[in-house]
Write a protein that binds this ligand. Structure first.
Ligand SMILES: Cc1ncc(COP(=O)(O)O)c(C=O)c1O
Length: 467
């Protein structure tokens, strides 16, 4: 899988051993802006290009086998090419990919979602998570007759114009080129974990909806403190504000019923994507009958023209995504898949922290459920706890710094060891094994040693001091 590190620098070795990816990237840059199709794949000196994947592993154009912690950006809870999902998609291909009409598959899919997600009386499909959060915010506004959406610092809800404010530090003035100021003015960004701020804002009476990642921003990168979600639920209910859980990542991963089932807190609206469509394109908004009725045509005079929320979409609930989604959701309905991922993620978090401790390197690994994040170059007070959920004494902006300037070298260092992190962390799936995790921890230890040898930690600490 991995070759022994050489005496050359991480970067030089990467350029040599991943020459095939460099060549594809060169061609890509000529036809695709910056050569990448998702901003999250930005990596210096160039990203890796993959040819095939199976289970928890994938193979790049140079023939390296990589343990995959991106797993379809979190959509492949069953791993790559789950045999049942693949068979369902193949069978559907024979029957057609788009009927320009309703089909039973979409009904089965909605029925399965309703079985699992506590807040789901009705389900409306979209083609992505970005579309789902856009639709949920529109529904909240239509149902309440108010305009303002409240979101939280560092929480990611896709790339629609209403979702982007305050996503990256500095949270109070994230530049958003191309998004009209008027639109940004309809969204207010609050610090998470500050119930008094939420209470004061909702008391002004103009808030339509509060949207939140129930894991905390960027799948638990900025953890929520105990009690915050429950307090937000109380406050939104008291002020007639729609509470939207963005469960694009947490849905079906935090538990078969998502974060809402794991934490026992039921939102008014929930956005889903990724796992919901079994790793194919797709998303959904689900919620109670009253609010979801705004999407339905009615015979009531004037309703369709003035009250109904418009929602077309060519590929909504397309037969291929429906087939994959139904099959996947049936397979993850008891909690065994989630328990496997959670146990391995706890093992990896503890292993990574032990390596950092041993090498006396500033940094920590943390997370919850089946995910982990690594932040190098900063310290937290409780690293010795091993499996860490909330790093103590680290602010949201630092956590959202996504690994700082050391994230890139770590990522390419790990690629040299046969491990593809998802930025500076990762997600587990049912196909990962203890062997994968132990290999990853050992690889991390070797990469830390190389980064120490190259003086990268000294440079990062000096950079931080300059800021
Ligand atoms: C919490 C959350 N919401 C929304 C989105 C956007 O989903 P999509 O990439 O399908 O548009 C993402 C994507 O990663 C996400 O993590």
């Amino acid at each position: 899988m991995a070759q022994a590190p050489t005496s050359t620098t991480i970067r030089h070795e990467y350029e040599e051993r991943f020459a095939g990816s460099l060549a594809v990237h060169g061609r890509s840059r000529a036809v695709i802006p910056g050569g990448i199709t998702h901003d999250g794949r930005h990596l210096k000196p160039f990203p890796v290009y993959v040819t095939r994947a199976q289970g928890a592993h994938k193979w790049d154009v140079d023939g390296h086998e990589l343990i995959d912690y991106a797993v379809g950006h979190g959509s492949l809870l069953l791993g790559h090419n789950d045999p049942d999902v693949a068979a369902a998609v193949r069978a559907q291909l024979e029957l057609g990919t788009h009927y320009g009409a309703g089909h039973e598959g979409e009904v089965l899919w909605a029925e399965q979602i309703r079985k699992l997600i506590p807040s789901a009386d009705l389900v409306k499909f979209t083609s992505s998570g970005t579309e789902a959060t856009l639709l949920a915010m529109r529904l909240a506004r239509a149902a309440t007759g108010r305009t303002t959406i409240v979101k939280f610092e560092g929480h990611f809800h896709g790339w629609n114009d209403y979702a982007v404010k305050g996503e990256k530090p500095p949270f109070d003035r994230t530049p958003n080129p191309g998004v009209p100021e008027e639109v940004l003015g309809t969204v207010d960004v609050l610090p998470a974990n500050d119930p008094a701020a939420v209470e004061a804002r909702l008391a002004q009476g103009d808030v339509a909806g509060v949207i939140i990642e129930p894991s905390g921003g960027s799948w638990a990168m900025i953890p929520l403190l105990d009690g915050f979600l429950a307090r937000v639920r109380e406050l939104t209910a008291a002020h007639g504000v729609a509470l939207i859980f963005d469960e694009v990542i947490t849905g079906f991963r935090w538990s078969p019923g998502g974060a809402q089932a794991r934490f026992g807190i039921t939102p008014d609206l929930t956005t889903l994507a990724k796992i919901v469509a079994g790793g194919l394109p797709g998303g959904a908004v689900v919620g109670g009958t009253e609010v979801m009725q705004y999407l339905a045509f009615k015979d009531e005079p004037g309703w369709n023209a003035t009250k109904k929320v418009r929602h077309p979409g060519t590929f909504n609930a397309n037969p291929l995504s429906s087939a994959a989604g139904v099959t996947c959701l049936r397979k993850i309905a008891d909690a065994t898949v989630q328990e496997h991922g959670d146990a391995l993620a706890a093992r990896i978090r503890a292993g990574l922290n032990a390596a950092l401790e041993r090498r006396a390197v500033p940094g920590f690994a943390y997370g919850e459920s089946s995910v982990f994040h690594i932040l190098l170059g900063a310290d937290c007070a409780n690293r010795t706890a091993g499996d860490l959920r909330v790093p103590e004494g680290v602010d949201a902006a630092t956590l959202k710094g996504a690994g700082g300037s050391l994230a890139g070298p770590l990522q390419i260092g790990m690629l040299l060891e046969g491990v593809d992190l998802f930025n500076s962390g990762g997600m587990l799936c049912v196909a990962h094994t203890e062997e994968d995790v132990d290999h990853t921890v050992a690889a991390f230890d070797r990469v830390l040693a190389r980064m120490q040898d190259e003086g990268l930690f000294d440079t990062a600490v000096a950079e931080q001091a300059r800021r």
